[in-house]
Design a protein around this ligand. Structure first.
Ligand code: HEM
Length: 356
């Protein structure tokens, strides 16, 4: 009898130990990433295993609102946790200048949960270390002061089209969906400035293209939630999950745009031209291509998407907020009028390019 009790207890202890070990492992997987910044003496909210501080996103009504609340509580530099990924949030302009400009090469490699699967894994957003540095050095001249100045007339022309659209709606007292209008405007500028293509995006848009651009970052909530899991990167590879939607569509679009440009460069020195030269092995000093064909396609998709949806949404939200705050709108208009009056046209454009 005693033997049986001892055996049952031993079995019970055995199971309890296994249960304890599994619980400890599950807990450890949920907090192991936190150790990366736990020794950093910065203030910040306390994280929960797996979710980090993401519960505050729901509590404050959005990530941006959580950032604002944290900023009030912890200052301009604090640590926090996006799920299992630790991060240091910086809102100090001087430190940001170092991170984004002076020491940008030390801040490469975006978090794992933002990485794409092929073919976008070699796009500048996902590429890592030396691949990223090489691609970035090829593409950086796209943003030289001279190149930005060349874009100003394109923006002015596209703004004219947008303005007449808004004026028509105002005249007819019709409301307008500004997300679509600003989305089309941004896409129009990026297609003309980076790819040298006139695609009548604002005047006669392809409805499929516009719909796909506007929903490119509409990531289902369950995929966002999955990014908290320990093996998320493996899962994304297994099920080909990307944080960017409609990838095959945009890859095909980029391919056909590049095809058009290969046949007619028109003497332009834009993003496409820089990339086509970098993939031409005869043009390279050491006989090696600086960009492969696949890399050219991936960068084209990144520019198309990184440049249009982001700018479109920023402009739409700015427009919405200005419409709801007419005093601020008047103040902004006066400031712009003053700035334009006090400078000659060219100097003003130059100043905008330098400061942006
Ligand atoms: C309001 C508009 C925009 C917003 C809010 C925005 C936002 C961002 C953010 C948050 C990043 C990541 C920064 C980092 O991880 O260090 C980024 C990177 C990037 N953006 Fe934008 N962006 C905007 C406009 C544009 C435009 C117009 C273009 C291209 C024409 C562009 C191209 C890129 C590229 C290529 C990267 C990757 C840079 C690299 O790896 O070095 N973005 N953007």
């Amino acid at each position: 009898m005693l033997d049986e009790v001892a055996r049952a207890l031993a079995a019970c202890y055995g199971w309890l130990s296994v249960l304890f070990a599994i619980t400890a492992l599950i807990y450890w997987l949920g907090v192991s990433g936190f150790s990366l910044v736990s020794h950093v003496s910065l203030p910040g909210p306390k994280p929960w295993p797996y979710v980090g501080n993401l519960l505050d996103v729901a509590k404050y009504g959005g990530l941006h609102k959580a950032f604002i609340e944290y900023g009030k509580k912890y200052g301009k530099v604090y640590k926090m946790y996006m799920g299992r990924s630790p991060m240091i949030t910086v809102a100090d302009p001087e430190i940001l200048k170092h991170i984004l400009v002076r020491d940008f090469d030390k801040f490469r490699n975006r978090p794992d949960f933002m990485r794409s699967n092929p073919p976008l894994d070699i796009g500048m957003f996902s590429a890592r270390d030396d691949t990223w540095r090489r691609i970035r050095s090829v593409l950086t001249p796209t943003f030289s002061l001279l190149k930005l100045k060349e874009i100003v007339p394109i923006i002015e022309n596209a703004s004219g089209l947008l303005l007449s659209k808004l004026e028509r709606s105002a005249k007819n007292e019709r409301s307008i969906d500004v997300s679509t209008a600003f989305g089309q405007f941004s896409l129009d500028v990026i297609m003309r400035a980076a790819f040298g293509l006139e695609a009548e995006i604002q005047t006669n848009p392809d409805p499929e293209l516009v719909q796909k651009v506007l929903t490119v970052f509409d990531v289902p909530v369950y995929i966002r939630a999955m990014s908290m899991l320990p093996f998320y990167r493996h899962l994304t590879k297994l099920f080909d999950i990307n944080l960017t939607q409609h990838v095959p569509y945009f890859v095909n679009l980029a391919k056909s745009m590049l095809e058009i440009r290969k046949n007619s460069s028109g003497g332009r020195r834009d993003l496409v031209q820089l990339m086509l030269e970098a993939r031409d092995e005869n043009a390279a000093e050491d006989g090696c291509r600086k960009l492969t064909d696949d890399e050219v396609i991936a960068q084209s998709v990144v520019f198309l998407l990184a440049g249009s949806e982001t700018t479109g949404v920023t402009l739409a939200l700015t427009g919405y907020l200005l419409a709801h705050h007419p005093q601020i709108q008047d103040k902004l208009l006066n400031e712009i009028d003053d700035a334009v009056r006090s400078r000659s046209g060219d100097d003003f454009n130059l100043r905008v390019c330098t400061e942006s």
